[in-house]
Design a protein. Sequence first.
Length: 195
Amino acid sequence: MAKRGPYEKGEAKRGEILHAALEIFAAEGYRGTSLRKVAAKCGLSLPGLMHYFDSKEDLLAQVLRVRDETARVRQVERGDPQSYREIIREAARTPGLVELFVSMAAAAGDPAHPAHPHFAERYPVLRDRVAAFVRGRVDEGRISTLVPPDRLALLLIAVADGVQLQWLIDRSTDMEQPVEDLLAILDPGQGPEAS
């Protein structure tokens, strides 16, 4: 077996830290969790943990990147509307990650913030995927819309992101229902009554 260089070891440790942080933030929330807990889980001191990131905000932005990459893989594997529903359900089970997402999304409006590149990359990819989903349903004759798929994708994403903010403020808000309702409008055969 070939020896791993310092760069490979550093990348492996960084990945371990990100997955530990994702797991802890999902279970305990990101505001209530000390980075010392993440460091301890990885066998590091806090300064040792921060050696792998430019700042706390950089670490948090990278945690979101891992969360989104994981969700993207699941969507591609399934490729159906149910995968989107499952991601919404997962969000309801991990309020700390929803809180992290909303906080980092707001902070990413500043081009100098470490989360800005992630969100600047995230939204065009997400819009393209959702627009392709809509276009496919239009081509199949399953939906008819006067709104072009690219613009409809923007609207769908806005609803999904906006309901997360409302849910953080009032946990009785059903995050899944607005997405279900839009899917039912777009594709009545896939709506709640069809499930």
